[in-house]
Design a protein around this ligand. Sequence first.
Ligand SMILES: [Zn+2]
Length: 313
Amino acid sequence: MKSYRIGIDAGGTKVAYGLFDEQNQLLDRFQHPTPIEADGPAFSDLVIESVERLLQKNGLIKEDLQGIGICMPSFILFEQGYVCMTSAMVNIRDFAMRDYLTQRLRVPIVLDNDSNVAALAEYRYGAGQGSRHMIYMATSTGIGSGLILNGQLFRGSYGWAGESGHMIITPDAGLLCGCRNQGCFMSWAAGRYIPQHIRQQAVGRQTTMNLGPDLDCVELCRSCREDDPLALEILEQTAHYIAICVFNIYQLLNVNLFVFGGGMVNFGPLLYDRVRQEFDRYNHIPQSVEFRFAQLKKDIGIIGAAELVREPR
Ligand SMILES: [Zn+2]
């Protein structure tokens, strides 16, 4: 009976595995740190080893699997299961990962971008249930989105529809992003770049933030709660660019439900009330636009990845 599925979430710090049964119950989980230096074959071999271990521990064999879904923060040619590049592991480039894994595991494999997968999970089991259209906004170390249009995940021609973080807002200003362009939304408002903005703007100023190597969004959040002026300026800047990104997507697609997920939701109303105010400042038409927080928390990636296996395509 092929009734089990495995969902794998290969993120920037850890790779999480979830084993699901036919009723979509999470039976077991496993994780290991992300091998950030690994190339395609090395990473795939680690995935194979981990899958085999998870099956063995649960008294299952490969033939019990309906399939394996994998999500990564990557540009993936969806139909081909081909990884063009992934920001979590820079040495994985131009790699036919699905073919590599299928040849060795002999199990159906589906690969997709992490924001797409999170959108699928929230749409079916979280904050997007019951809606017709929904945009999932990942606000984390990176920024991205997943587009649910007419109840279906929209991937575009190749697979990277919704890469809103790399839409350019200030082509001649701002930081250089990993996408090799300057001034995309991600370079302004993603957690990965916030320490750089803080250090740039801290020159000649006083702040309660510790500007050492551990500077991150947690430190920013703490200082905002102490009304540190520099921290609040950075918060405003972050909210400003997230809001414009959301507003532009709203103009393009006219979807009235945005679900925010990713590590930055830990800021709570401190950040997202500002995003809302800023969005409303540009929106002059009274029809309602709803902002919600994602509901699925840390399992969102493995739930959505497992969902890929049974998604009608
Ligand atoms: Zn970019």
